[in-house]
Design a protein around this ligand. Structure first.
Ligand SMILES: Nc1nc2c(ncn2[C@@H]2O[C@H](COP(=O)(O)OP(=O)(O)OP(=O)(O)O)[C@@H](O)[C@H]2O)c(=O)[nH]1
Ligand SMILES: [Mg+2]
Length: 241
């Protein structure tokens, strides 16, 4: 009788130790996975102002920039009252020929993304901007990692620049079109990737509605307006990420 009691208590202790060990291993795995996603990416079309913002944030310099052909990496030290926060930034070139290559290279390290838009040339570039954004939002690696995504409507110092509500409405229209194209391509080829891609994008309740950024399943999208004279909204978003 006493032996049975001792066996039971030994078993209990062993199970307890095992549970604690497993918990530690899970926590360690989660932490190491999180720490590999440490960068905030600046992406967007060429000439949208990413490198100039990068220089302001990392070097506090109003630099003269040229078209980037390789990414810029650096730490932005952001002050918030008495506290400071260091943010690891990667400025991805926007040139059509290289942007996908570098985006693919850095996407696994991204903990948040700021998508920079030239608000002056937006109307002209709307389709290209929406196409790249759609690719990023439906990217299988990213779409499963709850991502904060800031759409930076930049160059607001120029008089004819479009505001964030105009840019948002037009992007939603274009992305809706891209969703429809990808779904109809799927139907005509009877493959499945088209549907899978648009499913990645929106919550099932909203899948039959006209696309809105608020319908996105995994990505939390915010908008802001900036210029190189005032990029506080971007700085504040970086602080919160
Ligand atoms: N007026 C105005 N011009 C800006 C602003 N930000 C950037 N620019 C100008 O826009 C041009 C392009 O800026 P970059 O920062 O080089 O653009 P980018 O997005 O890095 O371009 P890629 O490297 O080709 O991807 C430069 O002439 C900048 O000086 C801004 O807020 N206002
Ligand atoms: Mg650049």
């Amino acid at each position: 009788m006493l032996e049975m009691f001792e066996d039971k208590s030994t078993l209990g202790i062993s199970i307890g130790v095992l549970v604690v060990l497993i918990t530690f291993v899970i926590l360690w795995l989660l932490r190491s996975k999180k720490s590999t996603r440490k960068n905030i990416l600046l992406i967007g079309a060429s000439n949208s102002g990413k490198t100039r913002l990068f220089c302001e944030l990392v070097y506090q310099k109003d630099a003269l920039t040229q078209i980037s052909i390789v990414p810029n990496r650096g730490d932005a030290v952001i002050k918030d009252g008495g506290k400071t926060k260091t943010v690891s930034l990667v400025d991805i070139p926007g040139q059509d020929k290289v942007r996908r290559k570098y985006f693919s290279l850095y996407k696994r390290s991204a903990k948040a993304i700021a998508f920079v838009i030239d608000s002056l040339s937006f109307q002209k570039e709307c389709k290209d901007v929406a196409q790249f954004m759609y690719e990023v939002l439906t990217d299988e690696t990213l779409s499963k990692t709850k991502l904060n995504f800031l759409i930076v409507c930049h160059k607001q110092d120029i008089d004819l620049s479009k505001g964030q509500s105009f840019i948002k409405a037009n992007l939603e229209k274009e992305i809706e079109l891209l969703r429809k194209i990808s779904t109809s391509a799927l139907t005509s080829t009877s493959g499945s990737s088209g549907e899978a891609k648009s499913n990645l994008l929106v919550k099932s309740n909203d899948s039959n509605k006209q696309f809105e950024f608020s319908h996105l399943k995994y990505t939390n999208v915010e908008f802001c307006e900036t210029s190189c004279q005032n990029f506080d909204p971007l700085r504040n978003w970086l602080l919160s990420n």
